[in-house]
Design a protein around this ligand. Structure first.
Ligand SMILES: *Cc1c(COP(=O)(O)O)cnc(C)c1O
Length: 301
């Protein structure tokens, strides 16, 4: 790995396992740990660093000086990419979904402050951009420009995600993770021991596409996984009073901050499934906190 990346990673905090003490878990004889990727770095948090690490290394090897990617107005991926690229001395261009808002979202203004050039693209054109997966696939790419697909979801992302699985030093039966593009899920499926089942929780409505997307990211066929589509709360970034109350209660009890787009929905789902006896007594669950707390700023209003 390039020295700049090794140096940067040295400044990161460890992603510990936090065991959750909760009488409800005792009642159903379930053990639950949270894998705290939210603690890695205040900005390049969670799974975005895991997914970017080896992609950035590849971009540096290729001699890239500009990284181009796509995301929404609250994108954790663009946020991590802009910050880390600035730290590495790389230029960035962000293709942002939808019209330019009159006042930039906190995420977009961070991107701009870190030197990312923002180009707003219509929802229609944004969808078309999803077909370009490879680092040189984007039409019109100039020399030394390097393309990252939405969410940084491509084969190299899996290698970084695998590292989070290797850090887990307790025995467990089930590994849970929230899903957007499914790249983090794919990296986990590829690395867990055979006897572990992996559960993804879709953050989007109509996320059936995830099944084939994850299959195509996996380097080999695997059967130890499933994606739960029942806890999207009406769609991507949609919330409910019940979800917000649950999150506030969980944060109060455990001191672990959640955000409502991904991690809040997953933890809600796990608790809900526990009370529905979906898990067997004695089962040990690890839920990956994928970070993304900056995106919470979209929900303060
Ligand atoms: C981007 C993101 C995800 C989704 O990751 P995918 O690899 O795209 O499935 C989950 N949680 C958080 C906090 C994220 O920012």
């Amino acid at each position: 790995m390039h020295l700049e990346l090794i140096k940067l990673e040295k400044t990161f905090k460890p992603s510990i396992l936090t065991k959750i003490d909760d009488p409800l878990l005792d009642q159903y004889q379930i053990k639950l740990w949270i894998k705290r990727d939210d603690l890695l770095h205040p900005i390049i948090s969670g799974n975005k660093w895991r997914k970017l690490k080896y992609t950035l290394d590849h971009a540096l090897s290729e001699g890239a000086d500009t990284l181009i990617s796509m995301g929404g107005a609250y994108s954790n991926h663009l946020h991590a990419l802009a910050y880390v690229s600035k730290a590495l001395g790389l230029k960035t261009i962000g293709l942002v979904r939808g019209e330019q808002p009159e006042t930039l979202t906190p995420t977009l203004s961070d991107l701009q402050n870190w030197g990312m050039v923002l180009k707003f693209v219509s929802r229609f054109d944004y969808r078309l951009l999803r077909q370009y997966k490879g680092c040189y696939d984007l039409p019109g790419l100039k020399p030394r420009q390097y393309w990252l697909p939405e969410g940084g979801a491509q084969a190299l992302a899996l290698k970084g995600v695998a590292e989070l699985v290797n850090e887990i030093d307790v025995a467990y039966d089930i590994l849970c993770v929230p899903c957007g593009t499914g790249a983090t899920l794919a990296g986990i499926i590829d690395m867990v021991p055979d006897q572990v089942s992996v559960m993804g929780f879709a953050a989007l409505k109509n996320a059936e596409f995830l099944q084939t997307d994850v299959e195509s990211l996996l380097p080999r066929p695997c059967s130890n996984w499933q994606i739960n589509m029942d806890y999207h709360f009406g769609g991507f970034a949609k919330t409910s009073a019940e979800l917000m109350t649950f999150m506030a209660d969980f944060e109060f009890k455990t001191g672990i901050p959640l955000e409502p787009v991904y991690t809040g929905k997953m933890i809600y789902a796990i608790y809900n499934l526990i009370t529905k006896h979906t898990f067997k007594p004695g089962q040990r669950i690890i839920a990956v906190h994928t970070g993304g707390l900056q995106g919470k700023r979209g929900f303060n209003a």
